[in-house]
Ligand binder design. Structure first.
Ligand code: CP
Length: 305
């Protein structure tokens, strides 16, 4: 039995196979419509979500399976003091696979230790969000045709942004991927990413504060939201929240074949006028999230079609 806690739980070969499967699902959805008949997915969400929870549920339903779960800690027995270990052990009696989101780093890992079914980390605090990374990789590979030889700009909250941490860890395993890390000083990537993931792997990267300086060189611009829920005080959040706003004028600096990704939700960091730009790929990215989660469910349940 396998769990997915981090993109590093999958080898590059396994990642590529999973993305191939997702593309096949995209092109031949009917082939997979009954692949999980009789199977159940539990969505255990202790933190709010729109895309991750709904795309997991859509993924299981597209495969012919059913879903059960809760969408907030308050509506579960966590509110009575139940541990994630006990919740997970009990959920193993009701479902075949589970996706867990939790505000505490490592909670899905703790849950997986008492689980009798595969557990997927659907986002743990400011740590990792591996299924968002699978979504991002599928989007980049589908739009650019490759995951190697690209320059990726990551912009916004790189300190608490778990999608950023997971994506960097996944992409450093591909050849000649360069990073431009665009953030205010206070929201730079954590030192373990800079030192253990980038420097130790001899990855070319630079850190800049101005988005305009980075834009002309990028193949992918990955925008992120400044996350109010991760700040300890309101004053710091208010100071940072509108630090970056990507608008039509700034997009004039970007390459014609650069794509904009964003894990969403967006607040102000991408002006809605940019949505009409053919380079805006963030809604398409959300659609890819369903295909890749279908592929992941099939892989972890060892269902062959
Ligand atoms: N991208 C993402 O994780 O979105 P949700 O928080 O809506 O699930």
């Amino acid at each position: 039995m396998r769990h997915l806690m981090s993109p590093m739980d999958l080898s590059v070969e396994e990642l590529d196979q999973l993305l191939d499967l997702a593309n096949d699902i995209e092109n031949n959805p009917k082939k997979y419509a009954h692949a999980c008949d009789g199977k159940r997915l539990a969505t255990l969400f202790y933190e709010p979500s729109t895309r991750t929870r709904l795309s997991f549920e859509a993924a299981m339903m597209n495969l012919g399976g059913t879903v059960l779960g809760f969408s907030s800690a308050n509506s579960s027995s966590a509110s009575k003091g139940e541990s994630v270990s006990d919740t997970m052990r009990v959920t193993s009696c009701y479902a075949d696979i589970a996706a867990m989101r939790h505000p505490k780093e490592g909670a899905p890992l703790v849950a997986s230790m008492s689980s009798l079914i595969p557990v997927i980390n659907a986002g743990d605090g400011g740590h990792q969000h591996p299924t968002q990374t699978l979504t991002d990789l599928l989007t980049i590979r589908s739009l650019k045709g490759r995951l190697d030889n690209i320059t990726v700009g990551l912009c916004g909250d790189l300190k608490f942004g778990r999608t950023v941490h997971s994506l960097i860890e996944a992409l450093v395993r591909y050849e000649n991927v360069k990073f431009v890390l665009i953030s205010p000083e206070e929201l730079r990537v954590p030192s373990y990413i800079r030192e253990e993931v980038l420097t130790n792997n001899n990855i070319e990267f630079m850190e800049v504060e101005r988005l305009e300086d980075a834009l002309p060189d990028l193949d992918i611009l990955y925008m992120t939201r400044v996350q109010k829920e991760r700040f300890f005080n309101e004053e710091d959040y208010v100071r940072m929240k509108d630090f970056y706003i990507l608008d039509k004028q700034k997009m004039e600096l970007a390459k014609e074949d650069m794509f904009i990704l964003h894990p969403l939700p967006r607040v102000n960091e991408i002006s809605v006028e940019v949505d009409k730009d053919p380079r805006a790929a963030y809604f398409q990215q959300a659609q890819y999230g369903v295909y890749v989660r279908m592929a992941l469910i099939l892989t972890l349940l060892e269902v062959e079609v």
